[in-house]
Design a protein around this ligand. Structure first.
Ligand SMILES: Cc1cc2nc3c(=O)[nH]c(=O)nc-3n(C[C@H](O)[C@H](O)[C@H](O)COP(=O)(O)OP(=O)(O)OC[C@H]3O[C@@H](n4cnc5c(N)ncnc54)[C@H](O)[C@@H]3O)c2cc1C
Length: 480
């Protein structure tokens, strides 16, 4: 039997497939589309996702095709300098168009042995009375069985709907048109119009040479109302009408590469797990794209879930490990939803919102506020609640230099890691799940740290007894 069916081959599903394959899990990704759309919705990776790619040895592939950027205070359209002392060895984002991210992740998933079946739409699923598995139904009427299913099938997730999981939140109040196209207007005039309109309307923009395509603009303009069905793409005629209404000119827009619309609906799944079925990425949460967090959040969900699900498949998962996916990631998702709600308020055009934005902009001139906001958007500040203990507990650890190499180079295999400067500790009994490296980092002021496969600190200290009491919580029982 297949171990895990991942429904949806977007950034979340592909990342999850990579993580599962690191542990030898038999994984099949079912993707409805026969070909990628090529639509560049997510435009980049924030610092925490950059770290994750480094932890899995993928960063060089991303660096080869991406520009680094350092836009601090990526909040509510308020641009500030990058803050000092952000807690990361990768203090930058990567401008990587979403189709490129998906291509790199798909390549990696296939290299690792994931099976990706395109043109396969999941229409139903059942786990009733099937103690050891789940059956999914495909649009062609065939069925597939697996031990677990993860719905990474986007905001309109069929998996979530079939599970009957609630998706509370707010419906879209505004809608925005988005697309890549050519224009006849000269670049200086386009830039001047954009500057003028953005004084009062921040949901407007025209980015030249988008994703390296010379002469192609990414144009964003508010739609007239909120459509019932956002799956239908706008026409070029609707687009140019809105441009004339908002900016007084349509720039002579023509030859669209693709046109799309998105709303500001904000919703989160009530539960991320029902029995043997889990939800991740947009299937679990949707929110406006302000701050560019959605793709990152999904990739980070997958990193949290992958090793836990692999442990469940392998049979060594301790009690509660799989449920900790919901316990840890649901609050992180809820905080992102809240920060996008705050950003949407700041983007308003009424006098109150304008005054609030000006005040917020001044506050962000304080280094500490800028660092806080940037840490929040880039997700380097995420800390899971592992209870009382060392200040590092629950945080993910930044990359640090070691006497031999660096920390993240030790994490490519996705296993647990004890980094030990004392040389006195031992993970005997867990050596099949946890690596033990005796080394010293000048940058890390702690005798030893135990890292989970996702890089979060499970324990810090120097006492073997304490370590032994911590290992089972994350890595199960010691081998005989
Ligand atoms: C305008 C815009 C700008 C954005 N900008 C950013 C940004 O700068 N940074 C950022 O991080 N995020 C951004 N986002 C959000 C980002 O695009 C999404 O959060 C991200 O694509 C979510 O990835 P996912 O894999 O969870 O879902 P998706 O990318 O939606 O992938 C789901 C996949 O599942 C497939 N699928 C759906 N139903 C089925 C089914 N029944 N059976 C089989 N397959 C199915 C779909 O075809 C799709 O390939 C933006 C979004 C928009 C709209």
């Amino acid at each position: 039997m297949i171990d895990v069916i991942v429904v949806g081959g977007g950034p979340t599903g592909l990342t999850l497939a990579c993580e599962l394959r690191l542990h030898g899990v038999r994984v099949v990704v079912l993707e409805r589309l026969t070909e990628p759309t090529g639509q560049s919705r997510g435009r980049g990776l924030h610092a925490r996702s950059v770290e994750l790619m480094d932890q899995r040895g993928l960063l060089d592939r991303f660096l080869a095709v991406s520009e680094k950027f350092q836009a601090g205070g990526l909040f509510g359209g308020i641009v500030k300098p990058w803050p000092d002392r952000l807690d990361t060895a990768h203090p930058y984002g990567l401008a990587t168009p979403q189709p490129v991210t998906e291509r790199l992740l798909e390549e990696r998933a296939r290299e690792l042995g994931a099976e990706i079946r395109r043109g396969c739409e999941v229409t139903g699923l059942s786990q009733a009375d099937e103690g050891d598995g789940v059956t999914v139904e495909l649009a062609d009427g065939t069925h597939l069985r697996s031990r677990y299913v993860v719905g990474c099938d986007g905001g309109r997730s069929t998996v979530r709907k079939r599970l009957g999981v609630g998706f509370p939140g707010e419906p879209a109040k505004v809608e925005t048109l988005l697309g890549d196209m050519e224009v006849t207007e000269d670049p200086a005039t386009v830039a001047a119009v954009v500057e003028e309109v953005r004084r009062t309307q921040l949901r407007f923009g025209a980015i030249p040479d988008v994703d390296g395509h010379e002469g192609v603009y990414r144009i964003i303009v508010p739609a007239e109302g909120v459509s019932e069905d956002r799956t239908s793409a706008p026409t070029l005629d609707e687009f140019t009408r809105r441009l004339r209404a908002v900016a007084g000119t349509d720039f002579g827009a023509h030859s669209p590469r693709w046109l799309s619309r998105f709303g500001d609906a904000t919703r989160q799944a009530e539960r991320y797990r029902v029995g043997r079925v889990l939800l991740a990425g947009d299937a679990a949460h949707i929110h406006p794209p302000t701050g560019g967090q959605g793709l990152n959040l999904g990739v980070q969900d997958a990193f949290n879930l992958g090793w836990k699900l692999a442990a469940a498949v392998a049979g060594w998962a301790p009690e509660g490990l799989l449920d900790s996916y919901h316990t840890e990631r649901h609050p992180v998702g809820a905080r992102v939803l809240d920060n996008t709600r705050a950003q949407i308020t700041l983007l308003g055009t009424d006098p109150g919102a304008t005054a609030l934005r000006e005040l917020f902009s001044k506050l962000m001139d304080f280094e500490e506020v800028n660092r806080y906001v940037t840490g929040m958007i880039t997700a380097v500040e995420v800390r899971y609640d592992f209870g009382e203990g060392h200040e590092l507990l629950g945080r993910r650890l930044r990359d640090v230099k070691l006497k031999r190499g660096r920390l993240y180079e030790l994490m490519h295999g996705g296993r647990g890691l004890l980094l030990d400067r004392t040389g006195r500790l031992s993970v005997a009994g867990w050596a099949d799940r946890v690596d033990h490296v005796v080394d010293v980092s000048e940058e890390l002021d702690v005798p030893a740290v135990l890292l989970r496969p996702d890089g979060h600190v499970a324990w810090a200290g120097e006492d073997q007894g304490e370590l032994l009491s911590r290992l089972p919580r994350w890595f199960g029982a010691a081998a005989a």
